[in-house]
Design a protein. Structure first.
Length: 99
């Protein structure tokens, strides 16, 4: 396996790829679940708790969006490379001892 140097250009491409995916999915989730949260709290007569619950829903959406974006980018092939998860040296040694 050939390991490539990490350049600023490659780092910027990966960052941008993660950023726009996170932003897009988080925004979509926040709109949908934020509306549902506000609507349900209004129906229940709990308008005073809307800010707290909206913030919690927003945080949950950001976490889900961020994890989804990273998973998506790890599966993506760029023009001349792709990201890969490889076992650490310690994990490789442990696996060879287990066999």
């Amino acid at each position: 396996m050939q390991i490539m140097d990490v350049t600023w250009g490659k780092a910027a491409r990966v960052w941008w790829s993660i950023f726009w995916r996170t932003f897009l999915i988080t925004a979509l989730l926040a709109v949908v679940f934020g509306f549902m949260t506000g609507f349900l709290l209004a129906l229940a007569g709990l308008e005073e708790k809307t800010l707290l619950w909206s913030q919690l829903v927003g945080i949950a959406c950001a976490i889900v969006g961020g994890v989804w974006a990273v998973k998506s980018v790890l599966q993506k092939e760029y023009r001349d490379y792709r990201l890969a998860l490889i076992p650490s040296t310690e994990a490789q040694m442990q696996q060879s001892l287990d066999n």
